[in-house]
Design a protein around this ligand. Structure first.
Ligand SMILES: Cc1ncc(COP(=O)(O)O)c(C=O)c1O
Length: 461
C-alpha cells in the first residue's frame, strides 16, 4: 500500500509529541490516529469515522465516553474547590468520602487510603510503604519485592522494575535491584504435558517458595500481583493459583500487594478481582476505573498493620515524607465518589457478570479459527492469542507482527482493539449492551481471515 501524505494535524503531531508505547521512528511517517469525541462505547476520529472502543481506552473508561453524571460531578467540584491537597493534615470531603467508600467496598479489611494520580505512582508508593513498614519493624534487610514475568505495574522507575516485560526494562537500565520476578501463571503456555491446572498452580507456588528460600525469607518484603494480568496479555490465573501462593507468603511474613488497576470496579464481574480470584491482600492499588478515567486519580488501601507502622514510623521521624501535589485532587475524588455511586446504583459488577457468558461465547467460538491459539476471558476482559497452532508451545517467527496486523484489520472494520504482541485484547466499556457485544465481535472473523492471508504471504505461517 502507498504511504499516504500526512494531514496538517498529523504533521503538527509528529513535529511535537513523544508518544508513549509507540514506534517513534515509524510514527514519523505513519502519523497519529486523531480522535475527536466520544459517546458511550464509541469514539469518533477526525476522518468522520465512528469506532467501537473495544479497549475502554487503556482498560479504563469503563462507564463509556459521555456519562453526564460524571461530567456534572466534575463541573460541580470545579466550581466549589478546584484544587486543594492533603499535605500537612489538610482535607476535603470528597477525599474522605472516597476513602470511606473504598474501605467499605474492598473485600478484606483496609484501614487507610493514600491517594496519588496514576497506577504507577500507586505501585511506587506500595514499594516505599513496604520498605517503610519493615524499617518501622526493625527489619532493615526485609526489602525485596517479587513480581511476575508479564506482570504490569506501570513505568516509573520502581513500578517499571516490578513490571515483568522486557520492553519496559530494555535500555532503561531496569529493573533496579531488590526486585525479582517469578513465572507467569499462564496454563495454556506454561503447563507441562498432562499437568492439570491445580498441579500447574502448585508447581508455580513451589517455584515462588524456592525463590523466597534462595533469596532468604528475611529479605523478602512483598509479592505484587494483578488478579488478571492485563497489559502482559490478559492472562487469567489457573484454578487454585492464589490459594496455593498465599499460604507461602503468610509462612514467610511476606505482604501481598493486589494491583487492582485494571480489575477493580466491576471488570471481572465482582467489585474487585480479589473477590473473583480469592485474594486476601494486605494492600491494594486502584486507578483507571476509580474515576471511570475521566480524571486521573489513583489510590493505595492498606491494612491495619501498615496503618500502625506508618503512625509509628512517622512519629519517630516527625513526618510521613511522601505525597504528590495532585494526589487526591478534589476533582478526581469528586468524580471517584460519583463513579463508585454509579457502579453501585447501576449494579455494574452484576451487569458485567450477566454479560460475561455472551462475551465469552464469542471468544470461544473465535478460538476455533486457525489463526487463534487460545481464547480467554473473565467478566468483560478477554483476549484472542494468535499463534501458528493451538499447542500453546509455538510462536510466530518473528513475533509481534501478526498481532499489529490484526489490530489494523480490526480498525479498518471499525473496532479499536489492542495488540499486545500477538495477543488481541478486548476490554469494552462495562456499559456495553448485548447487541453491541455482538457488533464488536462481528468483524473479527473476516479480520482474522485477512490477517491469516497476509501472514501466509509474509511467510509467517
Ligand atoms: C495493572 C496495572 N497497574 C498499573 C498500571 C499503571 O498505571 P498508570 O499508567 O496509570 O501509571 C497499569 C496501566 O496499565 C496497569 O494495567
Amino acid at each position: 500500500m502507498e504511504p499516504q501524505a500526512l494531514t496538517n494535524m498529523q504533521m503538527r503531531d509528529v513535529e511535537t509529541i513523544v508518544h508513549p508505547y509507540t514506534n517513534l521512528h515509524a510514527h514519523r511517517s505513519v502519523g497519529p490516529h486523531v480522535l475527536e469525541k466520544g459517546e458511550r462505547i464509541y469514539v469518533h476520529d477526525d476522518q468522520g469515522r465512528r469506532l467501537i472502543e473495544a479497549m475502554s481506552g487503556l482498560w479504563c473508561a469503563g462507564l463509556g465516553y459521555s456519562d453526564k453524571e460524571l461530567i456534572d460531578a466534575a463541573v460541580e467540584q470545579l466550581h466549589r474547590l478546584p484544587y486543594y491537597h492533603l499535605f500537612g493534615g489538610k482535607s476535603f470531603e470528597p477525599a474522605i468520602e472516597l476513602a470511606e467508600k473504598l474501605k467499605e467496598k474492598f473485600p478484606t479489611p483496609m484501614a487507610r487510603v493514600f491517594f496519588a494520580s496514576s497506577g504507577s505512582e500507586a505501585n511506587d508508593t506500595q514499594v516505599k510503604l513496604a520498605w517503610y513498614f519493615n524499617n518501622a519493624h526493625g527489619r532493615p534487610e526485609k526489602k525485596k519485592i517479587i513480581g511476575r514475568v508479564k506482570g504490569y505495574h506501570g513505568v516509573t522507575i520502581v513500578a517499571a522494575s516490578l513490571t515483568g516485560l522486557p520492553n519496559n526494562h530494555r535500555d532503561f537500565d531496569l529493573p533496579v535491584d531488590r526486585i525479582h520476578h517469578t513465572s507467569t501463571p499462564h496454563y495454556w503456555r506454561g503447563a507441562e504435558p498432562g499437568e492439570t491446572e491445580l498441579e500447574f498452580s502448585a508447581r508455580l507456588a513451589q517455584e515462588l517458595e524456592d525463590l523466597i528460600l534462595h533469596e532468604g525469607p528475611d529479605t523478602v518484603a512483598a509479592f505484587i500481583a494483578e488478579p488478571i494480568m492485563g497489559a502482559g496479555g490478559v492472562i487469567i490465573p489457573p484454578k487454585g493459583y492464589f490459594e496455593a501462593i498465599q499460604p507461602i507468603l503468610s509462612k514467610y511474613d511476606i505482604r501481598l500487594i493486589d494491583d487492582e488497576v485494571i480489575c477493580g470496579f466491576g471488570r471481572t464481574g465482582a467489585w474487585f478481582g480479589a473477590e473473583t480470584f480469592g485474594m486476601a491482600p494486605q494492600s491494594a492499588s486502584f486507578a483507571k476505573q476509580l474515576t471511570g478515567a475521566y480524571v486521573p486519580l489513583s489510590a493505595v488501601a492498606v491494612d491495619q498493620s501498615m496503618a500502625d507502622a506508618l503512625d509509628a514510623e512517622s512519629e519517630k521521624i516527625g513526618i510521613f515524607g511522601h505525597g504528590y501535589t495532585y494526589g487526591g485532587h478534589p476533582l478526581g475524588c469528586a468524580v471517584g465518589v460519583k463513579a463508585l455511586e454509579i457502579y453501585e446504583t447501576r449494579k455494574i459488577p452484576e451487569r458485567v457478570a450477566r454479560l460475561a457468558p455472551r462475551f465469552a461465547e464469542h471468544l470461544t467460538r473465535l478460538a476455533e479459527h486457525p489463526l487463534v491459539g487460545e481464547g480467554r476471558s473473565s467478566g468483560l476482559v478477554g483476549a484472542l492469542e494468535l499463534a501458528p497452532d493451538k499447542s500453546g508451545k509455538t510462536m510466530f517467527n518473528p513475533p509481534m507482527k501478526v498481532g499489529p496486523k490484526m489490530q489494523a484489520e480490526m480498525l479498518a472494520r471499525g473496532v479499536i482493539v489492542r495488540a499486545i504482541g500477538d495477543v488481541i485484547a478486548f476490554c469494552p466499556p462495562m456499559i456495553i449492551e448485548e447487541d453491541e457485544i455482538d457488533a464488536m465481535f462481528e468483524p473479527v472473523e473476516s479480520a482474522l481471515d485477512a490477517t491469516a492471508h497476509w501472514a501466509k504471504a509474509e511467510g509467517l505461517l
